[in-house]
Design a binder for this molecule. Structure first.
Ligand code: CA
Length: 222
């Protein structure tokens, strides 16, 4: 499983990224200080670095410059509250592979992480992109969904929700986990949006596929 290094000093954002990536099966390590990123990033066990620009000790630009200066080609995705185009250009010219501006939705970051991991390792077996649960098959690369032999259209959030279930068949997933994962931190915890989307998935993938576990959440029947 890919091993991701997160350099982020804001605990809320760090834990949001950690939780999201771990729920996708990634392994994560978080550093909160720019001074320590370099040493850790170069120990050879990481597949990608998510690098906040505004870090204490040493900022992200400096970290990136030193990293590339030492010939380290670890894929780097810059994370920053600065939406300024100059920072974006500077980051990419400094050797970053991609750039995500805060606030961002987790699915956006995830898509970029996957993309960078893939371009870092071009030879992959097509089977690796398929996620199967019962008679549902999700293709993570083409975002196509098959129910038996039938091809089903799922918009982005429904796909992401289906992906979460398929990755954890038989496991109860709470509303909060689904909100966090599919909508990011930009949500109102009192909203019934999760239930609404469960309804969409049941309509498209069959009413028996996702079971309600009263008072706790939902579970994919496996
Ligand atoms: Ca910061």
């Amino acid at each position: 499983m890919p091993n991701i290094l997160i350099a982020e000093d804001e605990p809320r954002i760090a834990s949001f990224i950690e939780k999201g990536l771990r729920s996708q099966g990634f392994t994560t390590t978080t550093v909160t200080d720019g001074l320590h990123v370099l040493d850790i990033a170069q120990n050879g066990i990481f597949d990608l670095l998510i690098l906040d620009l505004g870090l204490p000790g040493k900022d992200g630009f400096q970290v990136l410059e030193e990293l590339r200066g030492q010939g380290e080609d670890l894929p780097v995705i810059i994370l920053s509250a600065r939406s300024d185009i100059h920072d974006k250009v500077a980051g990419l010219e400094g050797g970053a592979d991609d750039y995500v501006t805060k606030p961002f939705r987790f699915e956006e970051l995830l898509a970029r992480v996957r993309l960078r991991l893939r371009s870092a390792r071009p030879v992959r077996d097509a089977q690796e992109f398929l996620l199967k649960a019962g008679n549902v098959v999700l293709n993570l690369r083409t975002r196509q969904v098959k129910l038996g032999d039938r091809l089903i259209e799922l918009p982005a959030r429904e796909f992401t929700m289906a992906e979460m279930f398929c990755r954890h068949p038989g496991q109860v997933i709470s509303r909060e986990q689904l909100l966090d994962y599919v909508w990011g931190y930009d949500y109102n915890p009192g909203s019934n949006i999760v239930d609404v989307y469960i309804g969409y998935l049941r309509k498209k993938l069959g009413s028996n596929l996702i079971e309600t576990v009263r008072g706790i959440g939902y579970r994919l029947r496996s």
